[in-house]
Design a protein around this ligand. Structure first.
Ligand SMILES: C[S@@+](CC[C@H](N)C(=O)[O-])C[C@H]1O[C@@H](n2cnc3c(N)ncnc32)[C@H](O)[C@@H]1O
Length: 376
């Protein structure tokens, strides 16, 4: 096995948070590629290709797939500009993936129907062994990775970090034959069914909320005060029946205000009124009275925010445990052995989506690989 580095040298600039995540994930994925003698790893929802790049400079042949051609082109151009010597180790594809198309792609690669891949693969690796990975694979993309791992024996390991849980399609349990991104496991499905329960996008959205640990108290106070000021000004406008520019949802349209506007509600309202050409439409004493009468709402908002922030990790854990359960249930139904783990891979303070789902099929000895996979 290649030595695991704690930090890779890179010419591609990355924010600290991304670098921390990509470094750790690279080590883990590379470990799985080595352990399963995989011929390549597939970065699903590769985006700007940071993970692809780091794995490629660690000598892992990579297929990077993203549905957005801007991402694919940007990723390819950056890689060729910074490290042209690894250009032939990476294939960039623009494709929107679901379970069927991901399995189809593995199949095409394995049949030698993707000529670029043949040039990338070393003869020391097993043709029919692949590792699928994704960093912040949003919504149903993570579910597709789980289902593809279950369906295709040639995907020997899965290393995935999810995100954007609000984008998941959630199953209507009265239509059990439809395919949804959540819930996947029988356990969570039957639990939902028993309690006539579901999450819905707003609840799942809580799982994407920034955790309490990730924001300082000062940041939190400013954020909530800003929301309180905006809501109160909306209320003042509707209470006094004032006209003003509106968003499609009917809220007052207030453009960016300077920092000093946030020192008090009166200042905020005065800046906002002047911005929409209504300076003096509400006098200072009236604004102050509205603030005094409604200040208690700021406390209520703090409580709501805290409750949401505390619920977020619970919702996220249900979604992640559901994926892990689906992997375990399908392995035990098929009588096969699959190792499943949820690891706290990243520092939770800087990377709120810090849990990585790892699934591995038993490691095959090279001689038996083809025979075993063909009989599977
Ligand atoms: C949150 S970004 C993560 C990008 C990258 N992995 C990273 O960590 O920087 C998710 C990416 O997945 C891509 N994506 C979303 N749904 C997809 C799908 N069904 N098939 C392929 N790519 C998809 C998006 O275009 C986006 O670039």
């Amino acid at each position: 096995m290649r030595p695991i580095c704690s930090s890779h040298k890179t010419q591609i600039p990355m924010k600290m948070k991304k670098k921390h995540e990509v470094d750790r994930l690279t080590n883990l994925v590379r470990d799985k590629v080595d352990a399963h003698q995989a011929s390549l790893a597939m970065d699903i929802g590769a985006g700007q290709g940071y993970l692809t790049y780091m794995l490629a400079i660690s000598q892992v042949p990579m297929v990077a797939v993203d549905s957005d051609s801007h991402q694919t082109c940007g990723s390819k151009a950056r890689l060729l500009k910074n490290s042209p010597e690894i250009g032939d180790k990476v294939l960039h594809l623009t494709q929107k993936l679901d379970t069927d198309s991901l399995v189809g792609l593995v199949d095409r690669i394995d049949r030698g129907a993707v000529p670029e891949v043949d040039k990338m693969i070393s003869s020391n690796t097993s043709r029919s062994s692949y590792v699928v990975t994704g960093l912040h694979a949003c919504g149903d993309l993570s579910s597709a990775m789980v289902e593809s791992f279950i369906r295709d024996q040639r995907i020997r390991a899965l290393v995935g970090v999810g995100c954007c849980y609000n984008l998941l399609t959630e199953g209507d349990l009265s239509h059990p034959n439809c395919i949804f991104g959540f819930p996947l496991s029988s356990k969570v499905k039957s639990w939902f069914e028993e309690h006539d329960f579901g999450f819905g996008p707003r609840t799942r959205g809580l799982a994407c909320q920034v955790s309490i640990e990730a924001v300082s108290l000062t940041q939190l106070r400013h954020m909530l005060e800003g929301t309180y000021y905006r809501s109160l000004l909306n209320y003042v406008f509707s209470d006094l029946k004032l006209d003003g520019p509106r968003t499609d949802e009917g809220h007052l349209r207030i453009k960016r205000l300077p920092h000093e506007a946030y020192d008090s509600f009166v200042l905020y309202a005065q800046h906002a009124l002047s911005k929409v050409g209504m300076s003096g439409a509400v006098d200072e004493a009236t604004l102050r009275r509205y603030d005094e009468q409604n200040r208690h709402m700021l406390q209520a908002m703090q409580l709501i925010y805290m409750t949401r922030a505390l619920l977020g990790p619970i919702i996220e854990n249900v979604i992640l445990v559901d994926r892990a359960l689906r992997l375990q249930e399908s392995a035990s139904a098929a009588g096969t052995d699959v190792e499943v783990a949820l690891l706290n891979l990243f520092d939770a303070e800087s990377s709120p989506r810090n849990m990585v789902l790892v699934a591995e099929k038993p490691r095959l000895c090279r001689e038996s690989t083809d025979a075993e996979l063909q009989s599977a």
